[in-house]
Design a protein around this ligand. Sequence first.
Ligand code: APR
Length: 244
Amino acid sequence: MQIPDALVDEMLKAKRVAALTGAGISAESGIPTFRGAGGLWEGYPVEKVATVEGFAEDPALVWRFYDERRVNMRNARPNLAHKILAELEKHYDMWVITQNIDGLHREAGSKNVIELHGNIWRVKCTLCDYHGENRETPLSEIPPKCPKCGALLRPDVVWFGEPVNGVEKAFRIAKESDVFFSIGTSALVHPAASLPFIAKDYGATVVEINPQRTPVSVIADFIIREKATVALDALFRELYKHKK
Ligand code: APR
């Protein structure tokens, strides 16, 4: 595939680069996306498994949902797209702002990562201040209990209606970036979905990488209708030719 020369020029000039990523970037690591045919939300009522109210009503149901996702994710490894974004940290003031909870950006080596929606491998207590990592798959106890106080643990992820993590920093990064990528997200869930629009308003070149059209397509300066691995590989090869 061909990367437009004008995009390569923008990347060669850029100092601050950011990427908003969504489930699509991890699809090629074998993790299902949420929306569309076969998407995760097709089989599960969102309000039952991804809200505080749903958890209060039936914590075991919510934990079974997350346990199943954790089992499906445990063998997933970062793909070329995650790795290229990590590599770009060597060349740019680079930030990854992800909606994904799979931890694959950090595993790929990215250090500047904001996990807006939390991380499926972390847990926190519903009562005390305990929070920690838990990689047991499948869980031996559902719902799991706090090792400190015995109360219910919950996944350290952000559910619908809850404030997202690091939102102020994410907005600041969007405002300050020279090139802002929107990769593998349907750009429907706010506030994450606002970030490409903020970046554009503040003068960034906005690049969408997604096989499908999204609301970001309307304002994107460049649109690459390819899978994330294919598009980022092609872009990185072009940059490498220029030794950036
Ligand atoms: N490369 C790039 N994009 C892809 C690929 C791929 N290989 N495969 C699929 N996509 C695109 C789809 O076209 C779609 O636009 O990824 C997008 C996935 O969209 P969603 O399933 O809606 O995932 P996401 O945007 O991350 O959802 C946002 O919604 O329910 C919540 O909390 C959940 O963080 C999630 C948020």
